[in-house]
Design a protein around this ligand. Structure first.
Ligand code: ZN
Length: 332
């Protein structure tokens, strides 16, 4: 029983329209589901991903309108790392982001071709602008992203937009970087319970199943406490085969991690728990996926509500801010 890398990453925004403009309009991801936070149905839950809404490429946001800016501290994901195909793609993104007023920095360089451990070199934020390496930037609310050239064997997961050629697009997650003041407290949970593989003694792990893998890397925590708010990650979900999901719940419970029961999120099923470094984790099933209630051609165009919330549609729609899709504008 193995986890198939990252399933999705969920963060917080205070401005859904600006968030949509950045992730769909600038980064070229596809809005694959526009729904509400099932634990708080008066707020949006926006899902961005590749063209098919695949696990492994799915970045989601809860909108808390005008939320105060947060700050990533110990026990929080502080950077979302994506794969691109080539150094040309890094050059493309450096130009595209800079051209839209986004500050970008080059990192690392001269990486070797080791599988999986690649993201670890993001540890060096020296801004060295040699060949290779990665590109770091933040979204308008301060959430940090890194793009790296990947030679991972996994299926690339691009979205398709007229402005971004497929060979230059983001190709799904490479991993996440996490702040921890006590990474060794998590060793047993990551290695023995979750089945991650240690890539070094310094807090770099790999979660790899039969189809995909992702890295999970610890960095020292900054001074001061973190604060959940706009521009911070709320949780990271790892992917489980549907058939293994109940067994994961039992395994987490037996390990004393106090997981939630399995919760049906309609698009997938979820279990939540906190790993010892403090990061809120989820294990989410690989199905049924976002086409369960929408035509795959029209994902994310209207507000999707799981059946339990459908009777509240009128009230929910009156609370939510209307959103203009950059994609709809681009394709006329
Ligand atoms: Zn989640």
């Amino acid at each position: 029983m193995k986890l198939e890398g990252i399933h999705h990453i969920t963060a917080i925004t205070g401005h859904a329209q600006a968030n949509l403009d950045f992730y769909a309009g600038v980064l070229g991801l596809r809005l694959v589901k526009k729904t509400v936070n099932q634990d708080d149905p008066g707020v949006y839950h926006l899902f961005y991903a590749d063209e098919d809404g695949s696990p492994g490429s799915d970045l989601t946001f809860f909108e808390y309108p005008n939320a105060a800016p947060g700050r990533a501290g110990a026990g929080m994901v502080h950077r979302v790392c994506w794969r691109v195909a080539s150094p040309d793609a890094l050059d493309f993104w450096e130009r595209r982001l800079a051209g839209r007023g986004v500050a970008v920095a080059r990192t690392g360089g001269g990486r070797d071709g080791g599988d999986g451990g690649r993201g670890a070199s993001g540890r060096d934020d020296g801004g060295d602008s040699g060949g290779g390496g990665g590109l770091i930037f933040t979204d308008p609310e301060g959430l940090a992203h890194e793009l790296s050239v990947s030679d991972a064997p996994d299926e690339p997961l691009p979205a398709s937009t007229p402005e971004i050629p497929a060979d230059l697009a983001l190709l799904g997650f490479d991993g996440v970087r996490v702040h921890s003041s006590q990474p060794h407290a998590s060793t047993q949970t990551l290695g023995e319970v979750l089945g991650f593989t240690a890539q070094d003694d310094d807090g770099l792990w790999q979660a790899r199943g039969r189809r995909r893998g992702s890295f999970y890397a610890y960095d020292p925590a900054p001074e001061g406490k973190g604060r959940q708010g706009a521009g911070t990650v709320h949780h990271v979900a790892f992917a489980s085969e549907v058939a293994d999901h109940e067994d994961w719940q039992q395994r987490l419970a037996q390990a004393g991690l106090r997981p939630t029961p399995v919760i049906d999120r309609f698009y997938f099923r979820s279990i939540y728990f906190r790993e010892p470094s403090g990061v809120l984790m989820e294990i989410a099933t690989l199905g049924p996926g976002f086409a369960v209630d929408e035509d795959p051609e029209r994902l994310g165009e209207r507000l999707s509500l799981p059946p339990a919330f459908e009777p509240m549609r009128e009230r929910i729609e009156s609370i939510l801010t209307p959103l203009a899709s950059p994609r709809a504008g681009a394709t006329g």
